[in-house]
Design a protein around this ligand. Sequence first.
Ligand SMILES: [Zn+2]
Ligand SMILES: [Zn+2]
Length: 99
Amino acid sequence: MVDYSEEREPGWSRKVSETWQISESSTRIRLWGRCPKCDCDSVTVVDLTTGVKGPGGAVSPTLDVLVLCSCTSPHPGRPADRSGCGRGGWLTVTLDGAP
Ligand SMILES: [Zn+2]
Ligand SMILES: [Zn+2]
């Protein structure tokens, strides 16, 4: 069992980018897969209707997404208001649904 720890895990983002699924709609991006650290299922949903569009409504072709482990398994030491094992990292997602 992995202890809860809010730390950057070396290679975490790379493994996520290699193994996770991404589905994209006009309003949100959903990323899901197994956390490379604790091997639990985790899902990250990004709402594209807030804070992504630039001046004039242009949509950036790439988006930096903070992906945090959000599994529901118990990890020792986790605060009651948190989920996951605490690991996470930034992922650059290329949007192909830009109008
Ligand atoms: Zn977990
Ligand atoms: Zn995890």
